[in-house]
Write a new protein. Structure first.
Length: 232
């Protein structure tokens, strides 16, 4: 009788634990093997989580690629998904910083400045992140400009994440260079989507709109400033 009484409490308790882990822990955290707050970068955790989820959905279709890795924040989220599915992330960045990272600009970080050559260099920090996150067998760093890296590219991609230069020219080059390699069903993710010009630069939003207007992509719900599109 005592046993029956206990099990009456145990079952609801187990159900509650299960639901808690699925809906709260499962939805809000990703197992990243690194404290993501120690990685310098510009990606919101919700956006990172959305990238991770999107990659998980399509990695069976092929490897993925990001333009703009900086110190590796987005790399960690995409890399974690690749690690789980045995896939590969190509991480394209010349590591010389975007316009806003240069000496005297708003987002300049003196820790990432190589005074001996008078240039930005985020590659050392990027490598450290990839190593600490246990992603060296998953991430292929491509240390080159997006345009040069794309010149002879021929590998179909399941997901492309664009977060490189935010000038109109740079964003257009990234869009034209990489979106054509996304397989049907795959994703194009674009960071820093600001429909309101008062809120932020318009180049990423411009390529987001170009993708929709091309008829080759359908828009999915935007996560904070992360635009997500699916290749038709
Ligand atoms: C906004 S940061 C990327 C942030 C990163 N995704 C994160 O999660 O923190 C932009 C990066 O793009 C790189 N970049 C800018 N223009 C580029 C280009 N034309 N080719 C390759 N990399 C570029 C810069 O070196 C910089 O590291």
């Amino acid at each position: 009788m005592a046993y029956a009484d206990q099990s009456a409490y145990l079952l609801p308790a187990l159900c509650w634990c299960y639901l808690y882990s699925v809906f709260f822990v499962g939805l809000n955290s990703v197992n990243l093997s690194i404290d993501i707050n120690t990685v310098k970068g510009f990606l919101d955790p919700e956006e990172g989580r959305a990238l991770y989820d999107a990659a998980n959905q399509v990695l069976a279709l092929g490897p993925c690629l990001e333009v703009g890795s900086y110190c590796g924040k987005s790399t960690v989220y995409l890399g974690a998904a690749c690690l789980e599915s045995g896939s590969t992330l190509f991480a394209v960045d010349h590591h010389r910083g975007s316009e806003e990272h240069q000496l005297g600009e708003e987002y300049h970080d003196p820790d990432l400045y190589d005074a001996s050559i008078g240039r930005m260099d985020s590659f050392k920090a990027f490598r450290k992140t990839v190593q600490e996150a246990g992603l060296e067998d998953v991430v292929v760093p491509v240390v080159a400009s997006s345009r040069v890296a794309a010149r002879h590219w021929a590998t179909p991609l399941s997901l492309v994440f664009i977060d490189g230069g935010h000038s109109r020219d740079a964003a257009l080059t990234d869009y034209r260079s990489w979106s054509r390699h996304i397989v049907p069903g795959g994703y194009l993710a674009i960071h820093d989507i600001f429909p309101d010009p008062e809120a932020g630069g318009q180049a990423p939003y411009e390529i987001y709109q170009l993708a929709i207007a091309s008829g080759a992509f359908r828009a999915l719900p935007t996560i904070k400033t992360l635009g997500l599109l699916q290749r038709l």
